[in-house]
Design a protein around this ligand. Structure first.
Ligand SMILES: Cc1ncc(COP(=O)(O)O)c(C=O)c1O
Length: 497
């Protein structure tokens, strides 16, 4: 197993949690009104005219004018036309540091030639899809299996959401049990049954408009980093149809926005064994970003099923997959007959599909992306860049005496300025709920203003609070980016008392 990991020093989850607790007790600190007005006039109005014109047209036909939930809307979204390594370029010709990285898949940086050339070769010969088996389906599955000891078998799917759906179907079929227990605040895609307790722990169905409540009959959440709460749910479920699986984002909900104790995953594994539940690791973000063996290699945990996404297609479409132990994966065998794999034990196959799942283009891109990450030690290099960025941000936070919190798990960096996702809903104290809803709404708006300021300084972030680094960065580039963050930090004021 490849032992090079992105995390050089695991964050002290208790200390970070204390800092985040303190942040949400404080008034909101954000970009001053004058500075924001300056960015609007001198940057967005003066330098982003083509974006503005295109977005106002797009808004007529695309709801909201953009198609990604995390695309910034304030004062209007920008239109990007070029991506190269660590840089993005908009249609007005402005250049940005890319800390969004397409939402996580591009550990190598954008559009690496080593992958692009193989994709072009494939397009010249077979085109993007045929609906039939292609050798790269095998090559990619083998590459993943060689690096993840728990992945004896792998099936490629169209997205992380689909792979999460597949995982819980398999878990229910394999265990004959009903309930899925997930961590509050974690995101496992937007499927009906898993859109529960997303972003804000304790929020249950409240963030899932359009999903009927009955869909959540067998979905539960436990409080992040709280083993007692998890065990309590597992014990209670013994009398309510059992627990089919515990589903975990292994660095914590929302890619570690709430960090977990280092031994947390190992303890969850022990609880799963005790109560006969499968352990599902959602490695959509962490797989091949934390290292070639993902979070499970880093934490030395053996999940029964692993959900993949993002990096497994290297930023190309069709990024999803499920891997795991043979005894569980055979519930996914495709084809008219199940090829004799499961002759010894008759069982139902999980209903899984996708016209555009496992296309040659996603498999070829994924395969060469993983080869290139391994060859260049990209996960660890990206992690070193994340360390440099985080340390620099922490220094600036101190220098400007701000309540902000910066921490990282390798190349997954967090810059919490308002702590929106650190709130939680406590149903035992219903009178506190309106304040939580109000605070998260107001703070989200401030985060959007911060995002607008970062963007105007040439920094593209994920929703203004998460920063992914890639192996395309250098120390000099990180230092230059820090100079731009400093320009934003120079204009931070207290917004509310
Ligand atoms: C941890 C995690 N799981 C699942 C998903 C869903 O993946 P997709 O967006 O490919 O459907 C995401 C997406 O961001 C994610 O971060």
């Amino acid at each position: 197993m490849d032992n090079r990991f992105a995390i050089s020093e695991y964050p002290d989850a208790q200390e970070v949690t204390r800092e985040l607790d303190a942040l949400i007790q404080k008034p909101i600190y954000g970009i001053s009104k004058e500075a924001l007005a300056g960015y609007e006039k001198d940057y967005y109005e003066a330098k982003c005219a083509r974006s503005k014109a295109m977005i106002s047209e797009a808004q007529q036909i695309i709801p909201g004018g953009v198609q990604h939930n995390l695309a910034f809307n304030y004062p209007f979204p920008l239109v990007f036309s070029k991506a190269d390594g660590a840089y993005l370029y908009d249609i007005d010709g402005n250049k940005y540091f890319d800390f969004l990285q397409a939402g996580g898949p591009t550990v190598l940086g954008s559009n690496p030639p080593a992958v692009r050339e193989k994709v072009i070769e494939l397009l010249n010969t077979c085109g993007p899809s045929t609906g039939l088996f292609h050798e790269y389906e095998y090559k990619l599955a083998k590459k993943i299996s060689e690096n993840f000891p728990t992945v004896e078998m792998f099936r490629m799917l169209g997205s992380g959401t689909e792979a999460c759906m597949a995982a819980i179907r398999v878990a229910r079929l394999a265990t004959g049990k009903k309930n899925i227990v997930k961590m509050g605040g974690a995101y496992h895609g937007w499927s009906d049954q898993l859109a529960y307790g997303i972003r804000v722990p304790g929020s249950k169905w409240t963030q899932s408009h359009g999903v009927p409540h009955f869909c959540f009959k067998h979905t539960q959440e436990f409080f992040p980093n709280d083993l007692n709460d998890l065990e309590h749910k597992l014990r209670a479920n013994q009398l309510r149809g059992g627990t089919a699986a515990v589903m975990i984002e292994p660095v914590g909900p929302e890619s570690g926005t709430r960090p977990l104790d280092k031994d947390f995953n190992k303890n969850v594994e022990t609880l799963c064994r005790k109560y006969g539940a499968l352990l599902i690791f959602d490695e959509v973000v962490t797989g091949f970003r934390l290292g070639m063996s993902g979070a499970q290699g880093y934490f030395n945990v053996s999940p029964d099923l692993t959900v993949f996404g993002k990096v497994v297609a290297g930023g190309y479409p069709g990024a999803g997959g499920l891997g795991g132990k043979r005894e569980y994966m055979q519930y996914l065998s495709a084809g008219i007959s199940s090829s004799g794999i499961s002759k010894s034990k008759k069982h139902h196959k999980a209903l899984i599909g996708g016209t555009m799942a496992a296309t040659p283009i996603s498999c070829v891109a994924g395969y060469y992306t993983l080869c290139e990450i391994e060859r260049t030690n990209a996960a660890q290099v990206a992690g070193q860049m994340g360390d440099r960025l985080t340390k620099g941000l922490q220094k600036l936070i101190k220098q400007y005496n701000l309540p902000f919190v910066a921490f990282n798990q390798g190349s997954i960096c967090h810059l919490e300025t308002v702590g929106t996702m650190h709130f939680f809903i406590d149903w035992k104290k219903p009178w506190t709920i309106p304040n939580v809803i109000n605070q998260t709404t107001v703070r989200k708006k401030e985060m959007e203003y911060m995002g607008a300021a970062y963007m105007a300084e040439g920094l593209v972030t994920l929703a203004g609070s998460r920063l992914y680094t890639s192996a395309a960065y250098t120390d000099e580039m990180i230092d230059e980016a820090l100079g731009r963050f400093e320009r934003v930090f120079q204009n931070i004021v207290v917004k509310t008392e």
